[in-house]
Design a protein around this ligand. Structure first.
Ligand code: COA
Length: 261
């Protein structure tokens, strides 16, 4: 595992914890954090031991989004370099969304701008009820551009029209109501709900979980008719894998599958 300057990465058995670690600036992300987060997710993808990734933030807040001093520096570069830096940031979000391991988010304090974007990019997010979210970019004269596909996939274009245009802040309960997070709970219960979700993921077949993630990506743009050839091939292939033989066999034999600890 690489050593990181802006992340705190550690493993607890099959669970890889990636914690944003610039607490003095509320885990705002600069160029170094963008590079490192992408690298950490690439490593998670390749890590044969890791079955679940938990993304969280050290200190008072999950993340205050892009580091505004860094954003200003980027804006002062040549147009080509400015664009390249923005693309690197966009690819960081993609590395999370496309990670073959399930990614669980744990959000507390603030998750603003890109922090809301990271919440949207993970597979399932859990937050404290008082966590403050917001697509605040317009308040700063910018827009939530590279995070827009992730946020819109979670909350829909209709809600995005209000939240992108006003930049208003909202709490964890509202984030749950609009589907940005899976569950909002009092902060004292946050680790418990994250752990429960991790437990559910660990009791599922690892290849099946990766395949389910890929299935959602592949099926989302299709009509019901278009989906038939793809989805029938998909289940035909999956039910013939050794993992499926073990999973279904374990149920029929009334025992635990061999991946359940
Ligand atoms: N970029 C750069 N620095 C940031 C930052 C950001 N996005 N967010 C916070 N910081 C810095 C502050 O400038 C401050 O630095 P200082 O100690 O040198 O003064 C430090 O982090 C702590 O922030 P502060 O505002 O004092 O902490 P707080 O706990 O009272 O408030 C926030 C935290 C996140 C609510 C507040 O900092 C904030 O609103 N940040 C901007 C969030 C935002 O709109 N992000 C969208 C970016 S596109």
């Amino acid at each position: 595992m690489s050593s990181y300057q802006t992340l705190d990465v550690g493993r607890d058995g099959p669970v890889l914890h990636i914690r944003l670690n610039r607490p003095d600036v509320r885990n705002a992300f600069n160029g170094a954090l963008v590079e490192e987060l992408q690298l950490a997710f690439r490593e998670a993808d390749q890590d044969a031991e890791a079955r679940v990734v938990v993304l969280s933030g050290n200190g008072k807040s999950f993340s205050a989004g892009a580091d505004l001093a860094w954003m200003q520096q980027q804006a002062a570069l040549s147009p080509e370099d400015n664009e390249r830096g923005a693309e690197r940031m966009a690819r960081m979000f993609l590395s999370i969304a496309r990670c073959r391991k399930p990614v669980v988010g744990r959000m507390h304090g603030h998750a603003l701008g890109g922090g809301t974007g990271l919440t949207a990019a993970v597979d399932m997010a859990f937050c404290s009820e008082d966590c403050v979210f917001g697509l605040t970019e317009v308040k700063l004269g910018i827009v939530p551009a590279v995070i827009s596909p992730y946020v819109m996939q979670k909350i829909g274009a209709g809600r995005a029209r209000t939240l992108f245009l006003t930049g208003e802040r909202f709490d964890g309960k509202e984030a749950m109501r609009i589907g940005l997070v899976h569950k909002a709970v009092p902060e004292g219960e946050l680790d418990g709900v994250v752990q429960k979700a991790v437990g559910e993921l660990l009791s599922a077949g690892p290849l099946a979980v990766a395949s389910a993630k890929e299935l959602i990506r592949a099926v989302a743009p299709l009509t019901l008719e278009e989906a038939i050839p793809m989805t029938s091939k998909w289940i035909a292939a999956l039910r013939a894998t050794p993992e499926a033989r073990e999973g279904m066999g374990a149920f029929l034999d009334k025992r635990k599958a061999n991946w359940v600890r």
